[in-house]
Write a protein that binds this ligand. Structure first.
Ligand code: NAI
Ligand code: MG
Length: 376
């Protein structure tokens, strides 16, 4: 009997609907070709589109559908139309993360194809072979701790401000388990690089000890090492291959390191991401929100030139982590690689404008679907 997975599509704003439409075709093909499962895709309003349709960025029916879904594929939100008003599209994303307790943000830094090496801001010989996944704790730490705003307007006020970073054992254990399962999904199992600032911060000393103990007791045989965040920031651009495997870190360090890593492959349009609420152990499904790392790109919206690869690779992550369908995920990744490696008649490569090509969003999407058809 075949299972039906319910996947919510949140196209959002700007180029969001353009890139989601290509990923939708990819998922529809996977569904059609699989004898074991079907994927039911249902679009909902979100972000600016939610504000226009229902007066808020995360309309009630959208939230209910996301909670009930097996997974969510999201494009991007935001744009000048909604400006910096009281109700902003981006608020929808923060609410959704909170409502679904998406405690882990996962961002791979990899080259979907070696033929893209020339687009990296790093020298090809340094960038070559970079393949790591940043696992960032997303709901604790400095961004969620007790804080005080400075009062700079009252005469005599000292103008002090503070933010606090709080982690407890459970917080560190659950993100470590998640990272360990991601490591185990690779063959051979990936090495875990845990990043902290244990020479200064108490939360980091807790982090380091709990990460090591969790691996030692629950994941014997997995390799883990510990490094300081400032030194890793240098390694990431001087010798990124050294970080291959899983980078495991807390919220703020992960925010900074994942942005740093995202420039290595050369275009924002290439990279996928996932935010997960369960443990992706390859057997039990966990809910997750999957999205390209880029925003709504208002400067190119409506022109049909956005790169859909990051969204299509997000759909592959969705299949791997939320639907436990690694073979379909690998097939999508292989199809993307094939298309990026191939040449069009002018010898430019089948690429969108961000990678120096001339191919449209829907042309590259159709090409990926064509290659995938051969692989499934
Ligand atoms: P952005 O990522 O939308 O665009 C930055 C630059 O990269 C632009 O020049 C854009 O044309 C280009 N770009 C982005 N994605 C591309 C793609 N797939 N193909 C080709 N080129 C691409 O970031 P920006 O301009 O800072 O933000 C625009 C809007 O998006 C803002 O409203 C912002 O708040 C929102 N945003 C939303 C995010 C989300 O929905 N997760 C994340 C980041 C920003
Ligand atoms: Mg950031």
């Amino acid at each position: 009997m075949s299972t039906t997975y319910n996947v919510v599509l949140l196209p959002g704003d700007g180029i969001g609907p353009e890139v989601i439409s290509e990923a939708q075709k990819v998922l529809e093909l996977v569904s059609k070709k699989s004898a074991d499962f079907d994927i039911k895709l249902t679009p909902y309003h979100f972000g600016g589109a939610g504000i226009d349709a229902a007066g808020k960025p995360l309309p009630d029916d959208t939230l209910a559908a996301c909670k009930a879904a097996d997974a969510i594929l999201f494009g991007a939100v935001g744009g000048p139309k909604w400006g910096f008003g009281k109700v902003r599209p981006e608020q929808g994303l923060l609410s959704l993360r909170k409502e679904l307790d998406l405690y882990a943000n996962i961002r791979p830094a990899l080259f979907p194809s070696e033929s893209l090496l020339g687009h990296s801001p790093l020298k090809p010989e340094i960038a070559k072979g970079t393949e790591f996944i940043v696992v960032r704790e997303l709901v604790k730490g400095l961004y969620f701790g007790d804080r005080k705003e400075a009062d700079l307007d009252t005469p005599g006020s000292e103008g002090d401000a503070y933010d606090t970073m709080v982690y407890n054992k459970n917080d560190v254990q659950r993100i470590t388990r998640l990272a360990a399962h991601l490591a185990l999904q690779q063959n051979p199992p990936a090495k875990i690089h845990s990043i902290d600032k244990a020479n200064v911060l108490a939360t980091s000393r807790l982090w380091r000890r709990v990460v090591q103990e969790t691996i030692d007791t629950e994941f014997k045989g997995l390799e883990v090492d510990h490094s300081l965040v400032d030194s890793v920031a240098m390694t990431m651009v001087s010798n990124p291959r050294k970080l291959n495997g899983i980078i495991l870190t807390e919220n703020m360090f992960g925010d900074i390191l994942s942005d740093e890593s995202s420039v290595i492959p050369g275009s924002l349009g290439l990279l996928p991401s996932a935010s997960l609420s369960g443990v992706p152990d390859g057997k039990t499904r966990c809910n997750g929100l999957y999205e390209p790392i880029h925003g709504s790109a208002p400067d190119i919206a409506g022109q049909g030139i956005a790169n859909p690869v990051g969204t299509i690779l997000s759909a592959a992550m969705l299949l791997r982590y939320s639907l436990c369908q690694p073979k379909a995920a690998e097939a999508i990744e292989a199809a993307v690689r094939k298309v990026l490696d191939s040449q069009d008649v002018g010898g430019h490569g089948l690429r969108t404008a961000d990678l120096g090509g001339k191919v449209s969003t829907s042309e590259i999407g159709a090409k990926i679907v064509e290659e995938l058809e051969k692989l499934l």
